[in-house]
Design a protein around this ligand. Structure first.
Ligand code: HEM
Length: 410
């Protein structure tokens, strides 16, 4: 910024960020916000954490809480009319202690690094199948939409296998999951939650049926294991089980889809990195870690002050919202040198994309294993893969990624 340029007001920058153009390319707007500091006040009861340290500390602050039902009552009167938010507040992500820990403990060991390592042969088989599916489409010539045919298809196939969701149901879940993620974006008019509400009701119905089916006919899958654990203990209600399975299905498919979409696009933009991905397994994880930093699937997380507190010198009153722009934190020059440059060889890549603290992503190990397995297979099989036209981004900011990625496979 030159001396004669004036700083744009944070609220004006936020309005631009929430416009369709801002969501397409939010990064310059994050820098405009950063010019005001690492913690930016938007109004009496709303702050934005823009810096890496501010985001990282907020994620571990015991009084900065998730927007659970009690916090929603403070922040969003009328939210109980909307089943998207009613169901969200029943899962571990939108819960605080002690409910969060009570629920998380039922699901965490299934997705630990140790458990996930044992999924590797299954993930490899499904990655081979995902590439074979593209081979069949390539035989027809023309371009394919990688979102529909690859970046959604592969992660949901992995989840489908783990949770025993019938394969025939997987394509139909895509619009349902996509609509649900829109409920996490800021809305000025609660009426705009209606598509997400309808989708959430549909998913609740679907998962309730799946649970009934697996309870009647248990198998070696995780759904059956979670049902058994719940039935043997008094600590999880049926509703907790359904709500958290729904959360696993949504969180476990949409963000991995966005990671793969961004990874493929960036690899194609940098042929030298695509070549290293084909040859060097160690490089693949470094590359993906940098994709997670540079162009993450999740841009913003919300917290609410559970009590009056002081944070980085700012007085925050109970009920105030703190929005953590983790995608901006990932580009903080105080933490990363030359943060606007995509550099998979950077050392100490402490990206914030899987969050931190109590709500650290339950599926991080699965997301990493899945992407590391499928990306080299894709690029080896289709060395001439090219993105054609302009890839589209969904009109969302919290969960950001391609809704269309037309490509020719060569
Ligand atoms: C690239 C892929 C992924 C990204 C970027 C991602 C990101 C995140 C983030 C940022 C959070 C915490 C939000 C917060 O602190 O408010 C989170 C939590 C969570 N994620 Fe993921 N996620 C990914 C993949 C997955 C997968 C594959 C699963 C499937 C098991 C999953 C399941 C969950 C669950 C259940 C939580 C809630 C954890 C809790 O509240 O304790 N995620 N994820």
């Amino acid at each position: 910024m030159t001396e004669c340029q004036t700083l744009a007001e944070p609220l004006d920058v936020m309005i631009r960020l929430l416009s369709p153009e801002g969501k397409q390319n939010p990064y310059p707007l994050y820098e405009e916000l950063r010019a005001h500091g690492g913690l930016v006040r938007l109004g009496e009861t709303h702050l934005l954490a823009v810096g890496h340290e501010q985001c990282a500390r907020a994620l571990r602050h015991p009084a900065l809480l998730q927007t659970d039902a009690a916090m929603q009552d403070l922040r969003m009167p009328g939210w109980r009319e909307h089943s998207s938010w009613v169901w969200l507040t029943k899962n571990m992500l939108f819960s605080n202690e002690p409910d969060h820990e009570r629920m998380r403990r039922f699901f965490s060991s299934a997705f630990s690094a140790h458990s996930v390592a044992a999924f590797a042969p299954m993930v490899e088989r499904l990655a081979d199948e995902a590439v074979r599916h593209l081979e069949r489409l390539a035989a027809d010539g023309g371009s394919v939409d990688l979102v529909e045919e690859f970046t959604y298809r592969f992660p949901i196939a992995v989840l489908g296998e783990l949770l025993s969701i019938p394969e025939k149901d997987l394509p139909g879940l895509h619009p349902v999951i996509a609509a649900i993620t829109t409920s996490m974006d800021p809305v000025s008019d609660l009426g705009r939650l209606e598509p997400a509400d309808a989708a959430m009701d549909r998913l609740a119905e679907y998962v309730t049926e799946l649970v009934a089916l697996r309870r009647a006919e248990p198998g070696p899958d995780l759904t059956s294991a979670f049902i058994r654990a719940r039935d043997e203990s008094g600590d999880l209600t049926e509703e907790d089980l359904v709500a958290n399975l729904m959360a696993v299905i949504v969180a476990g498919s949409e963000a991995p889809q966005d990671l793969l979409g961004n990874a493929v696009r960036i690899a194609v933009e940098h042929p030298e990195y695509a070549e290293r991905i084909r040859r060097d397994p160690e490089f693949v994880s470094r590359f993906l870690e940098e994709v997670l930093r540079f162009d993450p699937p999740v841009h913003a997380l919300n917290r609410v002050a559970g009590e009056d507190l002081e944070f980085f010198g700012e007085k925050i009153t109970r009920g105030s919202a703190v929005t953590l722009l983790i995608a901006a934190g990932n580009r903080d020059p105080e933490r990363f040198s030359d943060p606007g440059r995509f550099d998979p060889d950077r050392e100490g890549n402490k990206q914030l994309t899987f969050s931190a603290g109590a709500h650290y992503c339950l599926g991080a190990a699965l997301a990493r294993l899945s992407a590391e397995t499928v990306l080299p297979r894709l690029l080896r099989r289709f060395p001439k893969l090219a993105v054609v036209g302009r890839p589209g981004f969904r009109d969302q900011i919290v969960q950001r990624g391609h809704d269309r990625l037309p490509a020719t496979l060569g």
